[in-house]
Every structure is written in structure tokens, then in C-alpha cells.
Ligand binder design. Structure first.
Ligand SMILES: [Zn+2]
Length: 268
């Protein structure tokens, strides 16, 4: 599933291609799963003719900010924004100067919300989100406040109401970076451990953005380019391979139905 680095990479790619252009046409090819708070005709009527002012991101959500309205898109499992039609096109956005964006989504978990600029902050799906990494709210003090939870720290990292944007891959990598066992309870981390985790989350996300994300499933940039962070994995998807730090074979456990990879020696 695309996490913060992938969504941020897509945002940057689209920013160059479509900001400043006007939406000339919009075609909904699959409305039942995709449209969460509006009908296809309402979406069309509201959006056509509006100019795209900015591409923003909140957690794993992409925000297409038009003059009066905002389209809020979550890619979920398999959603992709492409410059050419693919097999599972669900939405087509035609901009001026012949720029067309295709939303392709094989598994149909993608979600689209329509909001006015004014009411964006009130959109329930965004209201639930926690601290945004790279924002001024991401401080050690706020991080420690959120850590006051009885969740296992790996589950805590996946909880979007705590820190937003981190998914399974980057949670595993950040815990390795911080040398913390994934089954530790969040509110029992020591002061140095919580500081290490606070720094590791940002560091891992930063490195992943520099690598343009991780392409191990369907993820690619709108331009078709693949991400490279999978070449830098320390633990994720490395079961039984030697730890880069201590040569101990990497272990895997299941937490909340997701695979957690870790080094049983470095993260004991
Ligand atoms: Zn190790």
C-alpha cells in the first residue's frame, strides 16, 4: 500500500504536470466504491471549469486543491495515478493543454471525497489524522504525548490517529533504525528510546522520499518511474537474511494481521 513517501513522490510528480491547468472534463468509470460523499453528476458539475491551484498531501491522502473545491484521494491498496489509461481505470481527469490523469485501481479500495476549500478541515476522514511528519507539530514533546498508549509500538506506528503516513514497511524500518523491539508497549519506552524513534521515523521517511518510494507491488510514479527504496531495506521482506549490523538472521512475526520484520538481536 502506498505510504507517505510514495504519496509525496506522486504529489511532487503531479505538481509539475497539472498545477495551474483547468479541469476540462471528468469521467467516473466506477462510482460505487470510489465516490464516498458525492454522486458522479455532482462531482462533474462542481469540478469542471475549475483551475487546479496546488497539489497537497495529508498523511497518505492526496489533495487536489482547486479554486473552490478540493478532491481528497486515498490510493489504499492498489490505486495509481497514471498519464496513460491502464486496465482498471476508475476515474479520468482531463486538464487543459491535453494533460489527462487516469486513476487506475485493480482492487477498488481507493476512496475519493469532495470538499469545498472552506470545509476541508471538517472532513471527518482528515480530522481523524494525527501528527503530520515534517510539519511543525512533529515535535518530540507532541510525539511523547501521543506515545502515552498501551498499544504495542509497531501497532502504534500504524495507527493513523497518532502519527500519520507511516504504514507497515516504514514502521518496520523505523523500529530497526531506533533499535526497539516491535512488541514493546508504547507508553513503556524510555526517554532515550522515544527520542530515537522520533528521529528514526523522520529519517526513514526522508530517505524513502529521496529514493522516490518503494516499488515492490503496483506502485509507480505517474511518469511510470519506479521507486528504489526496496534496495535499502534493513529488515522488511528480509526473512532469514543476515542483519546488516550484526549478521543475525532477520525474524518475522504477525501483529494485527501484518508481517513485522525485525532483528531479534539489535531489537531485543
Ligand atoms: Zn542485528
Amino acid at each position: 500500500m502506498p505510504e507517505l513517501p510514495e504519496v509525496e513522490t506522486i504529489r511532487r510528480d503531479l505538481e509539475h504536470k497539472i498545477v495551474g491547468k483547468t479541469l476540462c472534463n471528468l469521467e467516473v468509470k466506477e462510482r460505487v466504491h470510489l465516490l464516498k460523499n458525492c454522486s458522479a453528476s455532482e462531482l462533474k458539475k462542481t469540478m469542471i471549469g475549475q483551475r487546479l491551484m496546488a497539489m497537497k498531501r495529508r498523511g497518505k491522502y492526496l489533495l487536489f486543491c482547486f479554486e473552490k473545491s478540493v478532491l481528497v484521494l486515498h490510493l489504499r491498496m492498489s490505486g495509481r495515478l497514471l498519464l496513460e489509461p491502464a486496465k482498471h481505470t476508475r476515474l479520468v481527469l482531463e486538464f487543459s493543454k491535453n494533460k489527462t490523469i487516469y486513476f487506475d485501481d485493480a482492487r477498488r479500495f481507493g476512496a475519493l471525497y469532495l470538499s469545498s476549500q472552506k470545509e476541508l478541515e471538517d472532513l471527518p476522514t482528515l480530522q481523524k489524522l494525527g501528527i503530520e511528519p515534517f510539519s511543525k507539530d512533529y515535535s518530540l514533546k507532541n510525539f511523547r504525548f501521543k506515545l502515552n498508549s498501551k498499544q504495542e509500538v509497531k501497532r502504534w506506528l500504524l495507527d493513523q490517529s497518532k502519527i500519520t503516513g507511516v504504514g507497515n514497511i516504514y514502521a518496520c524500518e523505523a523500529l530497526f533504525e531506533a533499535r526497539i523491539n516491535p512488541e514493546r508497549v508504547a507508553n513503556l519506552l524510555s526517554t532515550p528510546e522515544s527520542k530515537r524513534l522520533f528521529e528514526a521515523v523522520l529519517e526513514i521517511l526522508k530517505r524513502a522520499i529521496e529514493s522516490k518510494g518503494t516499488s515492490i507491488d503496483s506502485y509507480r510514479m505517474p511518469s511510470g518511474e519506479l521507486g528504489n527504496f526496496q534496495k535499502n531495506f534493513s529488515v522488511y521482506d528480509r526473512l532469514k537474511e543476515p542483519c546488516h549490523r550484526c549478521q543475525t538472521p532477520i525474524s518475522r512475526i504477525s501483529q494485527a494481521g501484518r508481517s513485522t520484520y525485525f532483528c531479534p538481536n539489535c531489537q531485543s
